[in-house]
Design a protein around this ligand. Structure first.
Ligand code: GBH
Length: 497
């Protein structure tokens, strides 16, 4: 039933003085709503040096800076999806999902990162995956870049070097040319706000460059140009024949002011504008460019710190126009909520965190996961969806990741609680707040290499036994419930409140 039919019925019921029955459509996904699950190349493929694959910054970090990984592990073999794509497709088929979100490994296709030497084994692998998906009626949703930069491009400085925008465009062209006949949904980047931290501090993400207050802004500047170049390339050269869509995935937590004061509200607004607006505003806002508050803060703090120019690079007016509007949809990764309190700026220390001026924490009453940063806070999902609608003029949104971690086992009731709660809030945003969400992706299809946490945190709907060379995958209780939701297109009655 469409929203319009629904409001009509409510109106009729009200006019007739009838009692409105408990509305089951509040628990039902609309026609055309799509369900999927996600993975990313480095987290599942393994085969890190097979068949001509080049090295990425994650190969480098896991092999050379092992102390940065919780269990000292790496993605050398991971789930071995490179050799087991048929197994993965069988899991997807059993779940009954509409689409599979995976990412391409740049260094598997272009071992040096550059377009002059294509690795045909890589092309064959992805052709095999895409064709196997299509045979089962599963739509491929492809991420072009999910963090595994070819090491040789890092040797040129990585994302802070503006030339990478051109190299990314070359790589995107290779993908459009080879796979665009069958891929109709493209995501240029996964979570720029996260992977650019790799140029801010040395504790989080590859390449673990410590350049606080500079590196992240420079990297982000290049990434935004790279995204726009890929979008325009698709528009000019491929859209007419391939008829697909190109978007980007941003991630954002909800920030709940810890106290109801103007200052707390302002701190959370800054958090949203730095963490999401830095990318969302240039692409999705009417006016384009970085958010006013971000520009003012970084400019002023830079000046107070004695710099002659702002640590935040500037776009020219032409660049602002070039980047504005370069997305057909908004990909949203959302996991959790934080409580925000304003913090004072320390002038002596250039840092991104300092520029935001916020202290965040978790409410102890929020259920914990295996990840220190992730709590089960479903109502924050609805709030962030409503705020996206207001901020960016109700764009079409697809949830490209949402998920929960634990440490072991198949009886994963905390994961079920999480997904049911978040899906219920998504439905409220959709039916009651008119947010334009058209799809939902659970992270993840299966347990995999969780970056700096190695294999210590599991996010899968399927359990993977990493001590067995066959990497057997078995469905968890949560996987069975997810399958039921995908089949019935509603929240099962026993989970309704
Ligand atoms: C997603 O990022 C990624 O896209 C996906 O690859 C990953 O497997 C999934 O999350 C689960 O983590 O350690 O305190 O410094 C989600 C956003 C941002 C969450 C970085 C973890 C590190 C927090 N992530 N954050 S901390």
């Amino acid at each position: 039933m469409s929203g319009r039919t629904l409001s009509f019925l409510v109106l009729v019921a009200a006019v007739c003085g009838a009692r409105v029955p408990t509305n089951s459509s509040n628990y039902t996904f609309p026609d055309g709503f799509k369900f999927g699950v996600a993975t990313a190349s480095y987290q599942v493929e393994g085969a890190w040096n097979k068949d001509g694959k080049g090295h990425s910054i994650w190969d480098y970090q896991t092999h050379n800076e092992t102390y940065l990984i919780a269990d000292g592990s790496n993605g050398d073999d991971a789930c071995d999806s490179y050799h087991m794509l048929e197994k993965d497709v069988a899991l997807l088929k059993n779940l009954g999902v509409d689409f599979y979100r995976f990412s391409f490994s740049w260094s598997r296709l272009l071992p040096s990162g550059h377009i002059n030497a294509v690795n045909n084994a890589g092309i064959d692998y992805y052709n095999g995956l895409i064709d196997a998906l299509l045979r089962e009626g599963i739509e491929p949703l492809a991420t072009i870049y999910h963090w595994d930069l070819p090491q040789q491009l890092q040797d040129l400085g990585g994302w802070p070097n503006p030339v990478l925008a051109d190299y990314f465009e070359d790589y995107a062209r290779l993908l459009f040319e080879n796979f665009g006949d069958r891929i109709k949904m493209w995501i240029t980047f996964n979570e720029p706000s996260v992977f650019t931290n790799g140029y801010e501090s040395n504790i989080n993400h590859a390449p673990s460059i410590e350049a606080p207050g500079f590196g992240k802004y420079l990297a982000s500047h290049t990434v935004l140009k790279a995204h726009a170049q890929a979008y325009h390339l698709y528009n000019n050269m491929f859209r007419e024949t391939q008829k697909g869509n190109v978007g980007i995935t941003l991630t954002i937590d909800w920030c709940e002011p810890k106290e109801e004061t103007e200052h707390h509200l302002a701190a959370c607004e800054r958090f949203q504008q730095f963490e999401m607006g830095l990318y969302g505003n240039p692409i999705f806002s009417e006016e384009g460019d970085y958010p006013e508050i971000v520009k003012t803060r970084v400019d002023n703090i830079s000046e107070a710190q004695g710099f002659r120019r702002s640590r935040l690079p500037k776009f020219t007016q032409d660049e602002i126009e070039y980047i504005r509007g370069t997305a057909d949809f908004f990909g949203l990764n959302h996991y959790t909520t934080q409580l925000g309190t304003p913090s004072t700026v320390i002038d002596s220390q250039p840092s991104y965190r300092n520029d935001i001026g916020i202290h965040t924490e978790y409410d102890e009453s929020w259920p914990e996961s295996a990840s220190s940063w992730l709590r089960d806070v479903p109502w924050g999902f609805r709030k962030i969806l409503v705020s996206l609608k207001q901020r960016y003029g109700n764009p079409p949104i697809i949830i490209t990741e949402n998920g929960f971690s634990d440490r072991e086992g198949h009886e994963d009731d905390s994961r079920i609680h999480y997904h049911i709660g978040y899906l219920t809030e998504l439905l409220k945003a959709l039916h009651e707040d008119g947010v334009n969400v058209f799809g939902y992706t659970a992270w993840s299809l299966m347990d995999n290499f969780e970056w700096n946490q190695g294999y210590t945190e599991r996010f899968g709907l399927h359990y993977v036994n990493f001590t067995d060379p066959e990497r057997p995958r078995t469905i968890k209780k949560s996987g069975k419930i997810f399958k039921e939701i995908v089949a019935t297109r509603e929240i099962p009655e026993r989970f309704r409140k």
